[in-house]
Design a protein around this ligand. Sequence first.
Ligand code: PMP
Length: 393
Amino acid sequence: MFEALQEQPKDKILALMQMYRDDPRMTKIDLGVGVYKNADGHTPIMRAVKTAEQQWWNREDTKTYVGLAGDPAFNDAMVDLVLSDSVMRDNVASIATPGGTGAVRQGFELIRMASSKAVIWVSDPTWPNHISILKYLGMPTRTYRYFNAQTGTVNFEGMRQDLSEAKPGDVVLLHGCCHNPTGANLTMDQWGQLVTLMQDKDLKPMIDIAYQGFGDGLDEDAAATRLVASSLPETLIAASCSKNFGIYRERTGILMAVAQGESVKMAQDNMAFLNRQNYSFPPDHGARLVTLILSDDNLRADWQAELKDVRNGMLRLRTALAGELKRLTNSDRFDFLANHRGMFSRLGLTTDQVETLRSDHAIYMVGDSRINIAGLNDDTIPVLAKAIVKVAS
Ligand code: PMP
């Protein structure tokens, strides 16, 4: 039977990772894959995670299954982290999932079960896996304009115009903060206008929040999600713990459905059903660490302090890169880099220019010119800036 299988499209980012590994040049710079790295290029285990792991190793006395929806304490802690008191806890159905990707996948499947005709509107561009999973699931998808590559800012007018074509019941997929791949985000005022548009047209928001704490702060980064969830009767939220807890390989995430009345229980039952069909019990180890950290004052304070350092480090790199490019170009063309938030920014270079950066300068970034800011350090910023100016002029 396997001879009938067909070649699947390669994941471009994973292919880029391999090319980088195979490149023998000592001066190579990896700005590709979306993993946080410190100035030494290392992805450290956060202090609080290590401590929680030690504590849990001492305390854990069974490996029996946990609940189908995950450990309720994890779900409570995460609902609180993301939504705080913006909605009543009784209005939130939730399941633990393998990473944010698992939450996104389960969210899409829930939509398909509830409303198979609903069109999913995704930003152009968006995280490529959104589109890939939607295509795999055969779900109707359309794009809305999002990014102005000339200015490096959100094309809000274009976004509004495109979404005005959406039909009642259609789903709008939004990035809660730190938009991937552009780094450009809506202002709170624009989020407010978007809420009104979704209310007027009876659109259903689905928010993917994979970088809470990487932008301006834990509460600041969740503010848009909280606004949407508290303003509309139904909101789906897929949250990842991979980045903000640095537990990528533990596969820790959560899908939340904010709903009203009887729908909460119906959503909860269907979400647990989806877990059962797809992988039965969700992974527990990462979720356990998150729960321990969020429910212990000392661990939580330490985690927040380290996350703040990570965030400020990236903000500092952004400002430094924008400053260096300003100095070299004598223009404000790249000022947007300092205004972007999160781990990524789209530089606005052509595919050829990105290719030249790789071949001539050993600088690796995704083909759409998305860079991982955390891949930089004080030594590589001038190198990158010089190379950008060289290929872009
Ligand atoms: N959504 C977005 C926008 C992302 O960038 C990512 C990570 N690349 C995810 C979801 C999921 O991440 P994970 O499955 O590793 O938690």
